[in-house]
Design a protein around this ligand. Structure first.
Ligand code: SAM
Length: 378
């Protein structure tokens, strides 16, 4: 299989990916919408291509098909590993609620709520273990995709009095709150760039002569590569230049409040380390990682790690403060301490199941060191 590095810039025939090949009927319209966009505007950025491939309202990967996440889907997350992740986050959030003076009316805001499983785990745990906090709780899911909003409404029927699902953060009055997002930042569209030794060029997407998508050099891109170190010719990587623009509308939904961003990624020095010459872009289909992002748009996930230094800089630039940045094992082990201390002598099947869930979330060889948690406040 070719990788990003091998893919040539200007339509080397070996790198072309035919957009007709293997497209199922359900996604057949999307490749043609992308083709039309390129025919009308010329080559597009990879960020624009990814925006359509994942979020086209009709047949983008997240909008157009069911069940991407979990055992039957394309990838696992901490949420699909079991209910403990949500239960531990619920304790952490309830602790914040108390520290914030136990506001009568407050909200939890979630992005990327997918089928609503994390929301269900958090709401159930707060209702059971923190009934005083549950009374004034409004659970807001920010969801731009109608298919997912319907799945969330369906899964969370028993919480319909608490639940608000909206695509517009601007519609929410400021309220004390806690915002959470698991694996959302890695799903945000990004730009691809490649160094020629002196200057970073943006790599976009154009049409090949034989009805395929191919890579295309869009020229020097100083505006989006300002924070990158100089790298050797051929070094290819990804950039998300506007985390601040993404975060800004969210800040007013939690006034005052905190946010917790959970994802795989690195700080900048590690992200753009010299040996990482092909970046972190991956595709996922049926639990198999791939490296052909132009292949059959709409039918596979596209993701890249998160530059957490860029996120922390963005938080600061819009008046927030990073409180913690650590791996998932450390964060969750601290949240789990009271629960773990109370387990002595318990060997019932439910406890053993939760302990296995805890191990999946925190073991360094599983999700413990790969995932990081960034908590910030305004
Ligand atoms: C990798 S999935 C993670 C799903 C879920 N949080 C979990 O951990 O199982 C990424 C999700 O983020 C959502 N997403 C991406 N950008 C978003 C945005 N701007 N607002 C809300 N959701 C977004 C996608 O629709 C998708 O459901």
């Amino acid at each position: 299989m070719k990788n990003q590095k091998q893919a040539g810039r200007e339509g080397d025939a070996a790198t072309r990916v035919r957009y007709r090949e293997g497209a199922s009927e359900a996604i057949a319209g999307l490749p043609y919408r992308i083709v039309r966009k390129i025919q009308e505007n010329g080559p597009i950025s990879f960020s624009d291509f990814m925006e359509m491939a994942l979020y086209d309202p009709e047949s983008g990967y997240y909008a157009g098909q069911d069940g991407q996440v979990g055992r039957e889907g394309d990838f696992f997350t901490s949420v699909t590993a079991g209910p403990l992740f949500g239960q531990l986050l619920a304790s952490h959030i309830a602790q914040w609620w108390q520290q914030a003076g136990s506001p009568d009316s407050w909200r939890v805001v979630e992005l990327g709520a997918h089928n609503g499983y994390l929301a269900g785990d958090i709401l159930s745990e707060i209702r059971q273990s923190h009934p005083e906090a549950f009374r004034g709780l409004h659970y807001v899911i920010l969801e731009p995709l109608e298919r997912l909003a319907a799945a969330q409404r369906n899964h969370l029927q028993e919480f319909s009095d608490q639940l608000v699902i909206t695509s517009e953060p601007e519609s929410l009055d400021p309220l004390p709150g806690y915002l959470i997002a698991n694996e959302v930042l890695d799903a945000l569209p990004f730009h691809l760039v490649e160094s020629n030794g002196d200057v970073w060029h943006e790599i976009g997407v154009s049409l090949s002569d034989d009805e395929g998508f191919e890579w295309s050099d869009l020229g020097p891109a100083p505006k989006i590569t300002g924070t990158l170190p100089q790298r050797a010719s051929g070094y290819r990587t990804e950039v998300r230049p506007d985390f601040a623009g993404f975060l800004r509308p969210l800040v007013r939904t939690i006034q005052p409040g905190r946010m917790l961003w959970v994802d795989y990624g690195f700080e900048r020095d590690d992200y753009y380390a010299e040996p990482r010459t092909t970046g972190t872009l991956r595709t996922f289909r049926n639990h198999k990682a791939g490296e052909e992002p132009l292949d059959q748009p709409g039918s596979q996930d596209i993701t890249a790690h998160v530059d957490f230094t860029a996120v922390m800089e963005a938080i600061q630039s819009i008046g927030g403060k990073t409180l913690r940045f650590e791996n998932q094992a450390r964060f969750l082990t601290e949240s789990a301490r009271p629960w773990l201390l109370g387990l002595e002598g318990k060997t019932d099947p439910e406890t053993m199941k939760l302990l296995r869930n805890f191990q999946t979330l925190t073991h360094p060889g599983q999700m413990g060191s790969r995932f990081h948690m960034l908590e910030c406040e305004w």
